[in-house]
Design a protein around this ligand. Sequence first.
Ligand code: ADP
Ligand code: TRP
Length: 320
Amino acid sequence: MRVLTGIKPTGRPHLGNYLGSIRPAVALSKERETFLFIADLHALTTIRDATELRELVCDVAATWLACGLDPERTVFYRQSDVPEISELNWILACYTGQGLLDRAHAYKAARDTGEEVNVGLYTYPVLMSADILAFDSTHVPVGQDQKQHLEICRDIATRFNHYHGEVLTVPEPIIDDHVAVIPGLDGRKMSKSYGNTIPLFFERQGVKKKIMSIVSDSTPLEEPKDPDSSLVYQLYSMMAPTDRAAEMADKLRAGGYGWGHAKKELVALFHELFEERAKTYDRLMANRGELEEVFAAGAQRARAQAADTLDRVKKALGLL
Ligand code: ADP
Ligand code: TRP
């Protein structure tokens, strides 16, 4: 079993990313062989500013490393450092029916809302297939929004194999339907697009104020409260170990414990989880040479694997 995941560097990582993506992936990487990469080529479909792209790539990488990703265990690399992926991208494009891409949700959504549709966005699923197939990945954890991309990848691999034999490994999705959607400060899904996020490291100075100003009902302090009625408890229970979450729920139900107290505990828990990690994050952000070394070592391992696959593919095609 080889698990592979890509992270698109299009925003500063927030608590929703941590709970929904980073924490489970880091846990999985302790049990399985894992490939994890920063999908900077995919980000080019939207990002036009060099400084912004560089910052986001570093921020995402520093965040994952600070949150416990071990680059010795996990093959951790930057997509653009592995040119074999782009080479495979072209080959796979020649095995991709246009109809398959015409039906892709992400492209259709952009087209329907009048956003710019560049060919990169249109062929996004092909590059994603190259990401996956270059490493003989057997399993790809994806959210609902990426499910169709994985189906396209399976179609492309199956079509290639139909002509050339079992050259490519057809991957299985791991779709975790029960990963909770983390609510943002306004109660909607926490997302950079809604501006309702709790940042993990970048601009973390504002976190206390953001948490303290979460709107809560005006039940008097001494009255019992319904834990689930408030965002404060929802966030706390998603971050804390089960027994600590149960303790807070009991205190709220018992009365004599206010939302202000709960908010303070939430702030304290945030610090407990991220204060030490922030030091690692700050060090990596201040010392880009260290990050570059991690990327270089990862690219070396990734390229060796991708070159093997490409060799097999080229032999099958008659290019070698
Ligand atoms: P955003 O919604 O801020 O644009 P992304 O779509 O870039 O976030 O999400 C990257 C990863 O983080 C995805 O794997 C997604 O599952 C996870 N994620 C993002 N926001 C949340 C959330 N509110 N709850 C759970 N997981 C989330
Ligand atoms: N498309 C994914 C996203 O938007 C990122 C990604 C790129 C990816 N290549 C991948 C995810 C390969 C899994 C496997 O989140």
